[in-house]
Write a protein that binds this ligand. Structure first.
Ligand code: NAD
Ligand code: UDP
Length: 309
């Protein structure tokens, strides 16, 4: 049994990760400022004797005693991370400095929830970990993309300078139950719109692509990476690639919705194509996704049907 800290543990991915770590027999401290997270996400473990919830903002130093840290604190949806972009940079950069400082003091292992956004609007397809990316440093997505890139830089400087046990997961689009109704990301937007019978909002012509990973698969990948010896960045995502228009039609069909499809302007710097090369994850941590899009969408639609009652 280890004592594990999950920053951002009350959010979408973090809450599933906390549940998994409790089920694995660990003591779990969830730290969150509740910007996009909710106590309700942690209902199933809130009263568990090995679980503790702490309200804290990662822009402030951490004073906790733990063996492992998963650093997930940061709003992940463009709508939320752009709402206060300066705070997003602080969360990424100061948050990384504080978890790394704590990990150094405690000789703890520390995993960074990085992102496919470090590849920006990629000119290499699919994206392997050795691709350096194509990011606009002054655009509206930069607070998140560059924030996450600096966080990675800090993780590798702490590895070189202080021999810290770091792990870096580059997470590709992940979806599932507990996304917020107003999250703003594409899967939750389309499911909520379809269930309400409201227009499905496709940004641009819908030909841009994404690859969607169900949250249970992602959590399995995070835990395997933490338990491995791999200090290189590892892509975690589902390599099945879909256009956004395909996704809209799939969700309309699966919900038997009467929603029409509306085309809205494409946001600035929206990546055209995205698909992970997961060769490294397969080799190093023996991981690949097991849940197909239809299956994961089924669970997500069932969740929103219940949540929106
Ligand atoms: P989310 O917005 O649901 O969760 C983020 C959590 O961090 C929330 O609980 C929020 O309240 C908390 N938080 C935000 N700022 C904080 C701060 N300053 N101090 C303390 N807590 C703070 O998002 P998610 O989808 O669960 O993403 C979790 C992590 O995974 C994020 O770091 C995100 O960048 C990364 N990631 C997610 C995806 C995805 O598709 N879901 C893709 C790539 C990377
Ligand atoms: N998108 C869309 N309609 C929406 C929300 C998003 O067409 O209501 C598009 C968005 O422009 C992008 C893709 O879906 O091309 C994925 O967007 P999301 O915000 O989920 O994630 P990210 O762009 O960060 O991968």
């Amino acid at each position: 049994m280890s004592r594990v800290l999950v920053t951002g543990g009350a959010g979408f991915i973090g809450s599933h990760l906390c549940e998994r770590l409790i089920a694995d027999g660990h003591e779990v401290i969830c730290l969150d400022n509740f910007l996009t997270g909710r106590k309700a996400n942690l209902e199933s473990i809130a009263r568990h004797p090995r679980f503790e919830l702490v309200r804290h903002d990662v822009v402030e130093p951490l004073l906790l005693e733990v063996d492992e840290i998963y650093n997930l604190a940061c709003p992940a949806s463009p709508r939320h991370y752009q709402a206060n972009s300066v705070k997003t940079v602080k969360t990424n950069v100061l948050g990384a400095l504080h978890v790394l400082g704590a990990a150094k003091r405690l000789k703890a292992r520390v995993l960074q929830a990085s992102t496919s956004e470090v590849y920006g609007d990629p000119q290499v397809h699919p994206q392997p970990e050795d691709y350096w990316g194509h990011v606009n440093p002054i655009g509206t997505r930069a607070c998140y993309d560059e924030g996450k890139r600096v966080a990675e830089t800090l993780f590798y400087d702490y590895l070189r300078q202080h021999k810290l046990q770091i792990r870096v997961a580059r997470i590709f689009n992940t979806y599932g139950p507990r996304m917020l109704e107003n999250d703003g990301r594409v899967v939750s937007n389309f499911v909520v719109q379809a269930l309400r019978g409201e227009p499905i909002t496709i940004y641009g012509d819908g030909s841009q692509t994404r690859s969607f990973c169900f949250v249970d698969d992602l959590v399995e990948g995070l835990v395997r990476l933490m338990n491995s010896n791999c200090t290189e960045p590892v892509n975690l995502g589902n390599p099945a690639e879909y256009t956004i228009a395909d996704l809209a039609h799939k969700i309309v069909a699966m919900t038997s919705s009467k929603s029409r499809i509306d085309k809205l302007p494409l946001p600035a710097d929206d990546p055209r194509r995205r698909r992970p090369d997961i060769s490294r994850a397969k080799t190093v941590i023996g991981w690949q996704p097991t849940i197909a899009l239809e299956q994961g969408l089924g669970k997500t639609i069932a969740y929103f049907r219940e949540a929106m009652k």
